[in-house]
Design a protein around this ligand. Structure first.
Ligand code: GTP
Ligand code: MG
Length: 137
């Protein structure tokens, strides 16, 4: 079955929303394959966010992702990559649809990077790459 790498970002962990986010993933019918609370490192984030290097929000994004622990999760299920991104909602939490994780639980906090609670892989290629980054000990 398809797998995806989900992160509960530091804002989600800090706000005590890890359980609510895992609940939504399980309620949708996806399986939790691995769950680990861990602190990111600059090296790990450079690999994870390689596609965004050089963009204006890259520095603030890395700083934000280092601001506290992250819950790294591997989920599994038919079309779970597309399915989780649908559960997560649009990148900007202000306009993410109600019913989605970002739309229901997120907002704009007036800081340099969008703090939008979760990450989800955007393709099978990304998922394989990201699972390797977060779950290779
Ligand atoms: P992820 O699941 O986290 O990858 O989110 P995404 O795929 O919806 O967004 P994308 O990969 O394009 O960007 C990664 C992260 O960078 C986002 O989740 C935001 O936290 C941040 N980000 C992306 N675009 C912007 C932007 O235009 N402005 C700001 N301030 N932050 C952004
Ligand atoms: Mg992305």
């Amino acid at each position: 079955a398809q797998r995806s790498l989900v992160l509960v970002k530091p804002d989600g962990v800090r706000r005590g929303l890890s359980g609510e986010i895992l609940r939504r993933i399980e309620a949708k019918g996806y399986t939790l394959v691995a769950v680990e609370l861990r602190s990111a490192t600059p090296e790990l984030l450079a690999a994870h966010y390689a596609e965004h290097e050089g963009k204006p929000f890259y520095g603030p994004l890395v700083e934000f992702m280092l601001s506290g622990p992250v819950l790294a999760v591997v989920i599994e299920g038919q079309r779970c990559i597309e399915g989780f991104r649908s559960l997560a909602g649009a990148t900007d939490p202000t306009v993410a649809a109600p019913g989605t994780i970002r739309g229901d639980l997120g907002r704009d906090w007036g800081v340099a990077v969008q703090q939008n609670l979760v990450h989800g892989s955007d393709s099978e290629e990304s998922a394989a790459r990201e699972i390797g980054i977060w779950f290779t000990s």
